[in-house]
Design a protein around this ligand. Structure first.
Ligand code: MRU
Length: 440
């Protein structure tokens, strides 16, 4: 049997063809030198892999590969010595079942990110051994969603500090600077990235020249745990706003995958479902990355919450059809006046909701509120490569040469929102004064 598999190795996509046997025979390896090359084909041989391109002898250090095939166990393929003739040991590393609540995993001193580009059809972790791997994973959307990006950044600082300490010992603070800057620039809109980095840097400022890893790791774990706790609290608060059993619409994915765990908008929906208040969730598919189809519907289905997908353009018709009391979304950044940046299409959805008398709730941890950003117009909006829009799942949909405008977030003005819910409480009809009170 020939089984094609897409595998992320420290930042580069490889198309790997597996030939032969069962799980006992799965061994993969690659080198740093390979990362630059696309389309490398590895052919399975007994006890190892042989690369069948003509690039010659490999040099460099092997990257770890963590993968799961055919629903079987997780394996970490450890970094071996060369040459390929070595029989690599396979080590089960992630024994647990895949869970949306484990999108960002710190395990045995290593950072693993559930690859959100390939869910739900492939379940695969990307291993980040360096801060730059994590920065690239954020840029490439292996991990996405504002709070999950923040949690990842916190762990990434630990990785940066680890290598700075190994390289420079007492000079570790200076040695970190370049990689920290790279991390800060990984994606512009989600404020949780800068928020987490500032918090880690605040700790760094007070440390002496000793090995910083233990204390930084403790702080990163704290950030992670606080996010999960905040989501449970705001989930319950948001659910309390839903008076009677109803269907809701959500946009993009503001679920466990997009956070440290539990989710924000989907956290509200999870809590409301538990309280018997959810009839059905309508999930916008969310072009062009399809976070709704691929991630939100997957999460809800796994939770046993009834979900129907909507083409983004169908949301207005669905609202007009009735039976929807709330639109519930997350946010990447909330300005001091209550304007909210979220996935492109949220603004249009909020306008249509207002036109139909349907209320709009934004659920986010307070780390998403940026009091240094006066209004929505001051929020940096990420524009991504038009190619993301010109194709779908790797297949071109527009004629060659067609142009595309691809802003991936928009700003919903505060006056279209009925509530912003954080772990600190509920802000009804948000405005600058209420945001200020909420945050002080
Ligand atoms: O481009 P993405 O997938 O990172 O965009 C994510 C969103 O827009 C989410 O709604 C937002 O980050 C909140 S996630 C809890």
């Amino acid at each position: 049997m020939v089984r094609p598999l897409r595998i992320e190795i420290a930042g580069a996509l490889y198309h790997v063809t597996l030939r032969g046997g069962g799980r006992e025979d799965i061994y993969l390896d690659t080198t740093v030198a390979h990362r630059q090359r696309q389309g490398v084909v590895l052919q399975h041989l007994a006890g190892g892999f042989h690369r069948n391109d003509s690039a010659g002898v490999d040099e460099g250090v092997c990257a770890h590969v963590v993968c799961r095939m055919g629903g079987q166990d997780w394996y970490k393929i450890a970094e071996p010595d060369f040459p390929y003739t070595k029989n690599y040991m396979k080590q089960p590393v992630l024994e647990r079942e895949i869970s949306a609540d484990d999108a960002v995993l710190w395990q045995d001193g290593e950072l693993y990110l559930l690859d959100q580009r390939v869910l739900p059809h492939e379940e695969c972790f990307v291993h980040c051994s360096r801060g730059v791997d994590a920065a690239k994973a954020i840029t490439d959307m292996v991990v996405r969603g504002a709070p999950a990006i923040g949690v990842t950044a916190a762990y990434a600082v630990v990785l940066v500090a680890r290598s700075a300490w190994r390289q420079a010992q007492g000079g570790w603070k200076t040695a970190m600077q370049d990689e920290l800057e790279q991390l800060a620039g990984a994606r512009p809109t989600a404020v949780n990235l800068g928020w987490a980095l500032r918090r880690m840097q605040g700790l760094i400022a007070g440390l002496d020249q000793g090995n910083p890893e233990p204390l930084l790791l403790r702080e990163a774990k704290r950030i992670h745990a606080e996010d999960i706790r905040a989501n449970h609290v705001l989930g319950d608060l948001g659910a309390s706003l839903i008076e009677a059993k109803t269907s809701v619409i959500t946009h993009c994915n503001a679920g466990a995958l997009a956070t440290g765990g539990y989710g924000t908008a989907l956290g509200v929906i999870r809590s409301a479902w538990a309280a018997g208040k959810i009839e059905r969730v309508f999930a916008d598919e969310t072009r062009p990355w399809l976070q709704g189809s691929r991630l939100t519907a997957w999460e809800l289905q796994r939770d046993g919450i009834p979900v129907s997908l909507l083409a983004d353009g169908a949301a207005a018709a669905r609202l007009a059809a009735g039976g929807i009391d709330w639109v519930i979304v997350g946010s990447d950044r909330i300005a001091a006046n209550g304007d909210v940046a979220n996935k492109i299409g949220t603004y249009g959805l909020a306008l249509v909701a207002r036109a139909h008398g349907v209320r709009v709730m934004v659920a986010a941890p307070s780390s998403t509120i940026d009091m240094a950003c006066p209004s929505g117009g001051d929020i940096p909006i990420e524009t991504r490569d038009g190619a993301e829009l010109l194709g779908c799942a790797g297949n071109p949909v527009a004629a060659a040469g067609v142009d595309a405008w691809n802003p991936v977030f928009d700003v919903t003005p505060a006056n279209l929102l009925d509530a912003i819910v954080t772990e600190k409480g509920i802000i009804l009809s948000p405005d600058a004064k209420k945001l200020d009170q909420h945050m002080s």
